[in-house]
Design a protein. Structure first.
Length: 106
């Protein structure tokens, strides 16, 4: 959730960064900033997708755990939010695929 709004989320350990769908930025009332880290991202189908602005230090609640992450605006996939390795590494995430749980350390 962002600002108590439930979102569809994909945890993608193959993504180097985390992304948010542009319409969710408006729905959640978030503020964006221009970014210069990169202009394009490669999708799983090997196509190129442009990356827009960034939501810095966005508070996201993942399964009851509040965390801050930088989210780049793009229309990659059908999810509202894609959580990549930047967040997973910094929070020492443990993904339990069998029990379908995610543990993030504070």
């Amino acid at each position: 959730m962002i600002n108590n709004i439930p979102l569809s989320m994909l945890i993608d350990p193959g993504a180097t960064d985390s992304f948010i769908f542009p319409s969710i930025i408006l729905r959640c009332g978030l503020t964006t900033h221009e970014q210069s880290n990169f202009g394009m991202v490669e999708t799983t189908s090997s196509s190129q997708q442009s990356v827009g602005s960034m939501v810095g230090d966005c508070r996201v609640n993942i399964g009851g755990c509040d965390t801050k992450m930088n989210l780049y605006s793009t229309t990659v996939g059908t999810y509202d939010l894609i959580v990549g390795m930047d967040c997973l590494e910094s929070r020492q995430a443990i993904l339990d695929f069998y029990n379908k749980t995610t543990l993030l350390k504070n």
